[in-house]
Design a protein around this ligand. Sequence first.
Ligand code: SAH
Ligand code: SF4
Length: 365
Amino acid sequence: MSVNLLDFDAKALIDFCAGIGEKSFRAKQLLRWIHRSGEADFAGMSDLGKELRDKLSTAAIIEPPRVISDHTAIDGTRKWLLSVGAGNGIETVFIPETNRGTLCISSQVGCALACTFCSTGRQGFNRNLTVAEIIGQLWWANKALAEEFQEDAARSRAVTNVVMMGMGEPLANFENVVTALDLMLDDNAYGLSRRRVTVSTSGLVPAMDRLRERCPVALAVSLHAPNDALRDQLVPINKKYPIKELLAACQRYLQFAPRDFITFEYVMLEGVNDSLTHARELVQLVQHTSCKFNLIPFNPFPGSGYRRSSPEAVRLFRDVLMQAGLITTVRKTRGDDIAAACGQLAGKVYDKTRRVNREIVEATR
Ligand code: SAH
Ligand code: SF4
């Protein structure tokens, strides 16, 4: 059976080339064709001889996930639904800003961690994405955006930043995510710096330690509560890795991190975690951790049972953090008219965990 070259990082491509009797510099050529030029057809790889192109065609394919739909929101946010087979779909979101373009990438079909305020978490879990399906999202976005901006050469590679904040918990799909990260950072592929690639985690402590060793990109941690009693309810994985252990892992990560702070994400849920008492408790909690805060106004989805905190409550909460010297930003809600905002990504997930005992097909879209 043919292998999919989108599954391979530089080292795996060298091994593949060796396996078909080719020198290792061919791996570099392939990497550049596939990822820098977005070429999926060996016939188009003009500096490889005909014989080699034929050999590649019999041994391998270059197959990204297929695009099922493509929507652009009023604010320019663009969302793709990609098919990953067996009726499952994942979502990828591009968020254009003045000086940068951020691509929000999914790592799993659904998510098993079941945070109560998250649409993906409510859908249950089907499977981990392959490397090809993860890096394929960046591959597609670059191609689609290059077409969109072809009039404007300066913007032809519009993805300047990647955040692993789409569907799924990236650190629960560790090996595939790390291989995809390697490709994002590889100069022959996407050439992004470690500062411009962010992994967001709900706090899988052992995997945070492994990421620190293997590929220390920028880290965002979904905190969402200032104490274990509340976090246990919102982010159930907290029962396994409570806040004290999570903060200790953050300290260890900081020694290797490309930025000298961890970003704490905090979803603002009205009447749940948004009081001034919570804000003050949070200040105490993180006083020894170098961090910034990103407050995310809750993005509703049908049947969530939560409400977004009022702008006033968010402002007062932010003021308490800022007065304590914590740099705090409030995340702008982008693309909510096409359900592309944080926590609204649903895709199509055939749940295998039996938690959601029915098929959800675009029910929340
Ligand atoms: N699984 C990872 C990354 C994906 S979620 C994580 O949990 O960190 C990306 C961010 O969106 C997380 O901070 C998550 O808590 C937040 N989020 C989830 N549902 C949300 C919602 N309905 N409204 C706003 N933010 C949400
Ligand atoms: Fe999974 Fe993150 Fe959603 Fe929690 S917030 S259910 S970890 S995707």
